[in-house]
Write a protein that binds this ligand. Sequence first.
Ligand SMILES: *[C@@H]1O[C@H](CO)[C@@H](O)[C@H](O)[C@H]1NC(C)=O
Ligand SMILES: *[C@@H]1O[C@H](CO)[C@@H](O)[C@H](O)[C@H]1NC(C)=O
Ligand SMILES: *[C@@H]1O[C@H](CO)[C@@H](O)[C@H](O)[C@H]1NC(C)=O
Ligand SMILES: *[C@@H]1O[C@H](CO)[C@@H](O)[C@H](O)[C@H]1NC(C)=O
Ligand SMILES: *[C@@H]1O[C@H](CO)[C@@H](O)[C@H](O)[C@H]1NC(C)=O
Ligand SMILES: *[C@@H]1O[C@H](CO)[C@@H](O)[C@H](O)[C@H]1NC(C)=O
Ligand SMILES: *[C@@H]1O[C@H](CO)[C@@H](O)[C@H](O)[C@H]1NC(C)=O
Length: 865
Amino acid sequence: MRSSACLLLLFGFQLYILSVPVAANDFSSFLSANGSLAVVVDHEYMARHGQNIMAHFEKILSDIVRENLRNGGLNVRYFRWSAVRLKKDFLAAITVTDCANTWNFYRTTQETSVLLIAITDSDCPRLPLNKALMVPLVEHGDELPQIVLDAKVQQILNWKTAVVLVDQTILDDNSELIKSIAHESTTNHIAPISLILYKIDDSLRGQKKRAALRHALSHFAPINHEQKHQQFLVVSKNYEDIIEIGETMNMFHVGNQWMFFVLEKMRQGFDASTVTINLAEGANIAFALNETKTDCMDTLNCTIAEVSLALVTAISQMTVEEQSLYGEISDEEWESIRFTKQERQNEILEYMKDYLKSNSKCASCARWRFETAITWGKSQENRQFRTAPTRDARNQNFEFVNFGYWSPLLGFVCQELTFPHIAQHFRNITMDIVTLHNPPWQILTKNSQGVIVEHKGIALEILKELSRALNFSYYLHEAKSYEDEYASSQNTNESDELLGSMTFGLPYRVVEMIQGNQFFMAAVAATVEDADKKPFNYTQPVSVQKYSFITRQPDEVSRIYLFTAPFTTETWGCLVGIILVTAPMLYVINRFAPLQELQIHGLSSVKSCFWYIFGALLQQGGMYLPRADSGRLVVGFWWIVVIVLVTTYCGNLVAFLTFPKFQPGVDYLNQVQRHEEISQYGLRNGTFFEKYVQRTTREDFKHYLARAIIYNNGQGEDIEAVKRGERINIDWRINLQLVVQQHFERDKECRFALGKESFVDEQIALIMPSQSAYLHLINQHIDRMFRMGFIERWHRTNLPSADKCNGKSILRQITNHKVNMDDMQGCFLVLLLGFIVAVFVGCIEFWFYRLYVQSDSRKPTVFTN
Ligand SMILES: *[C@@H]1O[C@H](CO)[C@@H](O)[C@H](O)[C@H]1NC(C)=O
Ligand SMILES: *[C@@H]1O[C@H](CO)[C@@H](O)[C@H](O)[C@H]1NC(C)=O
Ligand SMILES: *[C@@H]1O[C@H](CO)[C@@H](O)[C@H](O)[C@H]1NC(C)=O
Ligand SMILES: *[C@@H]1O[C@H](CO)[C@@H](O)[C@H](O)[C@H]1NC(C)=O
Ligand SMILES: *[C@@H]1O[C@H](CO)[C@@H](O)[C@H](O)[C@H]1NC(C)=O
Ligand SMILES: *[C@@H]1O[C@H](CO)[C@@H](O)[C@H](O)[C@H]1NC(C)=O
Ligand SMILES: *[C@@H]1O[C@H](CO)[C@@H](O)[C@H](O)[C@H]1NC(C)=O
């Protein structure tokens, strides 16, 4: 008593001397003023619980303050009405009331920024953890709903959908459980989740029970290897059976998340690794274990005492800190650095939590520990366990870690994610990857020691992206085949090697290496073939390559008859025809003109009419024009025909001059047999085409293969023979493009033509060990890369693009349009119309002459010339 009085004296003395200046910071520090605390105990709540808590509270708190608050002071005010509005100068408030009132009170304290420490009923959504401390009074064995609520508030389970499997008896005992699972709120940012609730009838025994569980799980089992992403929350005594049955139904794959609550009676001797013994790598499974101490006091008195002690200790601690800091610096500095109210409250909250974490005795009677399995890529990480997991301990590489615990006082305290692999995938472990130099799919650059220093190419770009997306690093192992070593020891002629690549023949060494559990995957582009019979699995195809053929480019057609090209033969025939018809027509019309004067002398014979018409066609112009209207009509319509004819002819002639015509080449493979000059058929060795032909029904393929010379090197390829037009070669189109490109660069001319037809889609994929848990995951990410356009981009940068010779061969495909009868019939019809009109007009003229002119001429007034 004396010493504390002394301290107080000292403290007051200090205050007096220092006389802290007026604060810009509106809230005074602990040095200058006592902190003030409000204690609010709802009298209705007290009445309901039949305890006069207030009286106890006052006693407990004053004891604690007296004994523990050695530095500074605390002014406490008590309220019995929970709707009280606290003023701004309160630092903190401790409330004891029900859930709804706690939240209401929290809202008012937010306005006046008072730190709230709330003691309340269980099943109450927790107040924001960084702003308040909430202690739900959870009764023994009744903690599940609160755990679920806290998990949602603290986003321990970030689920949008969940399958909840609960024992019937547990559901009956915990009426609140479902409510808290389905709880949603905007203030706490808990998004609604879609739930499937399955009640397990736990009165069943033996086979019946297993059948019921199997039936329940069968709704969610993957169908045809199609892995969906599902989340399971299991609160059941039968969790071991569920794990076992789920495993047989392949439900523990990389996409699913399983959370098991292991209930009280099971806890003794629970060993996660025995329970999960059959699970394979890639499972996401977590357990909640009841670690509640049985022998602890769990009363309101105790909780109040503990919380108050934590608060008082925190204030005391902060006061000490402020004092020691204050002693070292000047007043001005102090003013600028000392805590604002908000900062101080945060600090107090942190102190209290730390204190409660280590010292809490009663309020945390209930305590659940959470374990999660670290499984992904574990066999890669633990190199000594690389042997394929045996059936009796498939999970030998699993590692179970405590990721945190739950207690009513603090909610979840976690240092890890619940399902770390879902967010962090492989967690940056190093994988062993098989690869092989095979440009452009895998391009390895080595230094003088033979160490791979750079890697690129389509397959390895995919690997790089996978490693980024799935958070792993990798080490490349080159699969060196013996043939390779043999070949490289011999001095092979560089110039003799074939251009381009093949993926059909997978080196035996790669297959050997990928079997077993040694490697994560083979970043090797391989042709997909007989996928079911292979001792490994292909990923989804990353590329499709097609075959084509290369021939000599056909020569241009001779241009001697170029001038006839614009019209088809029919058109030419009709043109002659109409000249032959029009000339007599003109003659007849002219001849039958009723008056001698109207007849033109120059058109008086069929021959001169013919020359007239012909001359007009060639635009020499006519020297005469018929005088009679009928004749003029004929000539007029002829001129229309002439205009149309001449214009179309001239226009088309220009087109034929600009775009040369070629002799028919080999555009489709079935045309090859028509070309006698092509005597040799070549096919690259080791193509999928060869294999494909054995199954196909296409006769031209079979015919080709039967006669084909299989070539292995540049000499066998005999590109010169192709250039001479004696040979045709089949290969991947991209390889042929390389050939064309190389020749263009060397000779600056385009002598080759690729087939218009591409045939046989060869699918190319990467390789995973069989039974790899991650095949589906990798496929998903490859699919994503496709959709983002990455893979297309890598194809563009790595494969030969449309070569320079393509420009010309595209032109070759433009076929000029010849003027045919469809185009000209209108023109000829116009001429016919002209004739008809002319005949008609000629007749009128004739009759007119007969009726009027001739009868008039009988009269004495004779018309003289
Ligand atoms: C500060 O608190 C102490 C006891 O904790 C008390 O004796 C003192 O009167 C208080 N001072 C003021 C200004 O309230
Ligand atoms: C947790 O364990 C404690 C003590 O063993 C027990 O009283 C309580 O009922 C258990 N909780 C649940 C939800 O079973
Ligand atoms: C709480 O503590 C007070 C005295 O501190 C005591 O009188 C009372 O009986 C206690 N209540 C319970 C439920 O233990
Ligand atoms: C990758 O894993 C490491 C190790 O667990 C982790 O720290 C990191 O956050 C993860 N990165 C991503 C992007 O998930
Ligand atoms: C991942 O692992 C590699 C090599 O093991 C290391 O260099 C890198 O820093 C790690 N990254 C993270 C995020 O841990
Ligand atoms: C190897 O290449 C040289 C030219 O580099 C050539 O003269 C020789 O014939 C080639 N040898 C074989 C076996 O192809
Ligand atoms: C993987 O390969 C095995 C045969 O090796 C096959 O039975 C299985 O269906 C394949 N898996 C997938 C997902 O294709």
